[in-house]
Ligand binder design. Structure first.
Ligand SMILES: Cc1cc2nc3c(=O)[nH]c(=O)nc-3n(C[C@H](O)[C@H](O)[C@H](O)COP(=O)(O)O)c2cc1C
Length: 685
C-alpha cells in the first residue's frame, strides 16, 4: 500500500499565522529574507520533501535552526534547572554504594522536609503510632519553615469525600483553608477510584517466598513442565526450610497513605537475590525502566521441539477450553498500546477521555511481581474509567508467567492479561524474555498453554514479526497461537532487529490476520497516526480485529477523537495546554499533591512532553496528515505557546512544566528516558 496514498495536499489561509509579530517565538513577517536553512527547505518541492521524509511545513513558519546541538544530541535533550547554573554539568551522577544510598535515604527521610505522612494528614503530632521509631520527621514547625511556596491552582482532592490525604504537606494547602472556612471539605467524589494495589499480606508472603500457586503448579505439572527441569523460583511444597525472611519490614508497612506508594522490602529473600543476581532497588516511584527490569529467575528447560506436551486427561476438566474462555470483542475498539513509563495511569485516563476504548498497563516483569516488588505492582493499577483494561507481563519461562498470571487473577481486577513477546530491549532479550521468544516456538507454546490453562481470563500476546530482519515467524505460528489458548494477538509490523527503523510491514500483518483461525483475533500495530491510517488498515484487511496505537497516542492523544469523529483536528495550543493541565491534575491525584508527588508528576509530564513536541499542527502543514517518520525542520508555531510546544529542547519542556507545576527545585535536571526524537531507538514492544 502506498503510504502517501491517503495524504492530502492542502492549502490554508494565512489568517491564523501571526498573532504577536514582535515576539521572537512567532514567525517573522513574510517579507523577511529567508535564512539559508529555510532556503534549502524551500528549494525542494512539497513532493520532494515528503519523499525525503521531511515534514512539508508551510514556508512561512520555517525558522533558523536554534543555536544549540541537534535534537538527537544528549545535551539538547537534557535540561538543568535555570535556578542552579552551577549544577549544569552534573548530569552524570556519582556512583554510590547501595549501603551509602540507603543511609542517605534514611537521613533524608528523617530531615524536617520529610514529615511523617500521618502527622501531615491529621495535623496531630500524636497520630503516628511509631513515635520515635518512625522513619519520618515529626517536626511540624521545622517542616512548615522549609516548605516551598504553594503552587498556583487547586488541590486535586478538593472534590473528594474526605480531606486531602497529604494535609499539611499538600502543595496546594492554601486552597484547603478556603474550603475549610466554608466547611465544604467533602465533595461527592470517592477518594480513590483506583484498584489493583498489592495486598500487604500477599506482599509479605511473596517477600518470604511463601506464596502458593496451586493452579499454576497444577497446570505446569499437567503439562509436564514441572518435572525434571526444576524452576529456581519457589515450587510449592519444596525448599521451605531454606527460605529466608526479610530482616526488616518497612515501618510504614501499615500506613497505606500514598496512592501507589512503593517502598520495597529492605532485604529480599536471599534465595531470590542470588538467583537473580540482582537485588531489589530503592524505589521512590520514579524508577527507570532499566531499574525495573531485573533478571528472570527461572531456568526451566524448554521442551524439545516435537516433545509431547499435551494436557493429560485428568487435567482437562480443570480448566475451560480456550474457546470457552470469556471472549473480549476487540473489533473496532480503539486500543491504546502498553507504553512503559509514559503509558502511566494518568496518561491513560487522559486517553480515555479523548476516546480510547481499550487500555493496558505498562509492561511488568513476572519475576519482579513474584518478588512482591511494590513498584512493579504499581504498574498493574487500574482506574475505574478504564472499563476495558488489561495488564501486560513479560517473562521467559512458563512457570514464572503462569504463577504471575495466577497471582494477578487472584489479586487484581483485569479484563485480560497480555504477554509481551515482542520487547526488543537487550536486558530483557538476554534473559530469554520478550522478543527472544520469537526464536523459540516451543517456549511460546509452553508459556501460552501454561498461562491460559491457569486462569480463565482471556490471554493475549503481543509480538513483532520476527526476531531477525527478513525472517518473519508469526505467519507460521499464527494458527498455533490460537490453538495454544490465546484469545488475541497483536502484531507490531517490525522485527526485533529492525527496532523502529523503516515503516511497519502491514502487508505481512495482513497476511497473518488472513491466516489466523476464527477464534484468534488479530490486532495490527505500527505507525497509525491519523484516522486515515486507521481507515486504510481496516479497509485493506477486514480480517483485522482492530489496530493498536502507541506513539500516535503519545504524540497526539486526541487521535482517538479524530478516529471516532473521522476528521483531522487542527487543535490549538490552548486546547493542548488544557490536555496537559488535565494530565497534571490526574497526576497529582495519582502520585500525590505533596512535593514528592508534584515532582513525580513533573517527571512523567516531561517524559510525555518529549513526545508531544513531535506533533506538527495541521494548519502548519502543506500536506496532511502528518507521518510518524517525518523529520520536522525548525519552525514557528502560530502563537508563542505553540512555538514553545513544538520545541525539541528539554529546557522548553521544563518551562512548560513550570507553567503547570511551579518552579523546578534547585539542581533539577532532566533527560528523557526514551529519547523519542531518535526515531529508530528501541522501545519495548
Ligand atoms: C515509549 C514507548 C514505550 C513502550 N512500551 C511498551 C510496553 O511496555 N509494552 C509493549 O508491548 N510495547 C511497548 N512499546 C511498543 C508499542 O506498544 C508499539 O508496539 C510500538 O511503538 C509500535 O506502535 P506505533 O508505531 O503505533 O508506535 C512502547 C513504545 C514506546 C514508544
Amino acid at each position: 500500500m502506498d503510504e502517501s496514498a491517503t495524504s492530502t495536499i492542502i492549502t490554508t489561509t494565512e489568517e491564523s499565522v501571526v498573532e504577536n509579530p514582535e515576539l521572537s517565538l512567532v514567525p517573522p513577517p513574510p517579507s523577511e529574507p529567508a535564512d539559508s536553512h529555510s532556503q534549502s527547505h524551500s528549494e525542494l518541492t512539497t513532493e520532494e520533501l515528503v519523499a525525503k521524509s521531511i515534514a512539508p511545513i508551510k514556508k512561512h513558519f520555517l525558522r533558523p535552526p536554534p543555536l544549540r546541538p541537534s535534537s538527537n544530541d544528549a545535551v539538547s535533550q537534557t535540561a538543568t534547572a535555570a535556578t542552579a547554573p552551577s549544577q549544569s554539568s552534573s548530569f552524570v551522577k556519582d556512583k554510590k554504594s547501595k549501603r551509602q544510598l540507603k543511609r542517605e535515604r534514611r537521613q533524608d527521610q528523617k530531615s524536617s522536609k520529610n514529615i511523617c505522612p500521618l502527622i501531615a494528614k491529621t495535623g496531630d503530632i500524636t497520630s503516628c503510632p511509631y513515635n520515635d521509631k518512625c522513619r519520618f520527621s515529626h517536626d511540624v514547625e521545622g517542616f512548615k519553615a522549609q516548605k516551598p511556596e504553594d503552587i498556583e491552582g487547586e488541590c486535586p482532592f478538593l472534590d473528594s469525600e474526605e480531606p486531602c490525604p497529604y494535609g499539611l504537606a499538600c502543595r496546594f494547602l492554601g486552597t484547603h483553608k478556603s474550603k475549610d472556612k466554608d466547611g465544604v471539605l467533602g465533595g461527592k467524589k470517592k477518594m480513590s477510584d483506583e484498584c489493583n494495589g498489592l495486598n500487604k499480606d500477599v506482599q509479605k508472603l511473596l517477600w518470604k517466598n511463601k506464596m502458593k500457586f496451586p493452579k499454576a503448579d497444577a497446570k505446569l505439572k499437567a503439562l509436564g513442565l514441572l518435572g525434571k527441569a526444576k524452576s529456581k523460583t519457589k515450587i510449592v511444597e519444596e525448599k521451605e526450610e531454606h527460605e529466608t525472611v526479610p530482616a526488616e519490614v518497612p515501618e510504614e508497612d501499615d500506613l497505606d497513605i500514598k496512592v501507589g506508594s512503593d517502598e520495597p522490602p529492605m532485604k529480599k529473600p536471599k534465595s531470590v537475590i542470588e538467583e537473580n543476581g540482582s537485588s531489589a532497588k530503592a524505589n521512590n516511584g520514579d524508577v527507570t525502566f532499566m531499574e525495573k527490569v531485573v533478571g528472570e529467575s527461572c531456568t526451566q528447560t524448554e521442551p524439545e521441539a516435537g516433545m509431547d506436551v499435551t494436557t493429560p486427561e485428568s487435567d482437562r476438566s480443570l480448566k475451560l477450553h480456550p474457546r470457552e474462555k470469556k471472549i473480549i470483542d476487540f473489533r473496532e475498539k480503539l486500543y491504546l498500546a502498553p507504553l512503559t513509563t509514559v503509558g502511566n495511569l494518568p496518561f491513560r485516563r487522559v486517553c480515555k477521555v479523548l476516546g480510547a476504548d481499550v487500555t493496558c498497563g505498562e509492561m511488568a516483569m513476572c519475576t519482579n511481581l513474584l518478588q512482591g516488588q511494590a513498584s512493579e505492582w504499581a504498574l498493574l493499577r487500574r482506574h475505574s474509567s478504564e472499563d476495558l483494561f488489561g495488564v501486560q507481563i513479560c517473562g521467559a519461562y512458563p512457570d514464572t508467567v503462569a504463577r504471575a498470571m495466577e497471582l494477578i487473577d487472584q489479586e487484581c481486577s483485569v479484563d485480560f492479561i497480555d504477554i509481551n513477546m515482542g520487547c526488543p530491549i537487550d536486558i530483557v532479550v538476554e534473559k530469554g524474555a520478550g522478543s527472544a521468544l520469537l526464536n523459540k516456538p516451543m517456549r511460546i507454546k509452553s508459556i501460552i498453554e501454561a498461562a491460559s490453562g491457569t486462569v480463565d481470563k482471556p490471554i493475549t500476546v503481543k509480538v513483532r514479526t520476527g526476531f531477525f530482519e527478513g525472517k518473519n515467524r508469526i505467519d507460521s505460528l499464527i494458527t498455533d497461537i490460537g490453538n495454544w489458548g490465546a484469545s488475541a494477538v497483536t502484531i507490531h509490523g517490525r522485527s526485533r532487529q529492525q527496532r523502529y527503523s523503516k515503516l511497519a510491514n502491514w502487508d505481512y500483518v495482513y497476511q497473518c490476520a488472513r491466516k489466523a483461525p476464527d477464534a484468534l483475533q488479530v490486532m495490527g500495530n505500527g505507525d497509525v497516526f491519523s484516522y486515515l491510517d486507521w481507515n486504510t488498515r481496516k479497509a485493506d484487511c477486514p480480517e483485522l480485529a482492530t489496530c493498536m496505537i502507541a506513539r500516535g497516542a503519545l504524540i497526539k492523544p486526541w487521535i482517538f477523537t479524530e478516529i471516532k469523529e473521522q476528521r483531522h483536528w487542527d487543535i490549538t495550543s490552548g486546547e493542548r495546554l488544557n490536555i496537559l493541565k488535565d494530565f497534571v491534575r490526574l497526576g497529582l491525584e495519582h502520585w500525590g499533591s505533596d512535593t514528592k508527588g508534584v515532582e513525580t508528576t513533573r517527571r512523567f509530564l516531561l517524559e510525555w512532553l518529549s513526545y508531544t513536541c513531535r506533533y506538527i499542527p495541521v494548519g502548519l502543514l502543506d500536506v496532511i496528515p502528518q507521518r510518524l517518520n517525518w523529520r520536522p525542520p525548525s519552525y514557528y508555531g502560530r502563537d508563542d505557546l505553540e512555538t514553545l510546544m513544538v520545541s525539541d529542547s528539554a529546557a522548553d519542556w521544563v518551562r512548560i512544566s513550570e507553567m503547570l507545576l511551579g518552579k523546578v527545585p534547585d539542581g533539577f535536571t532532566f533527560a528523557p528516558k526514551h529519547k523519542s526524537n531518535a526515531y529508530d531507538r528501541a522501545e519495548n514492544g
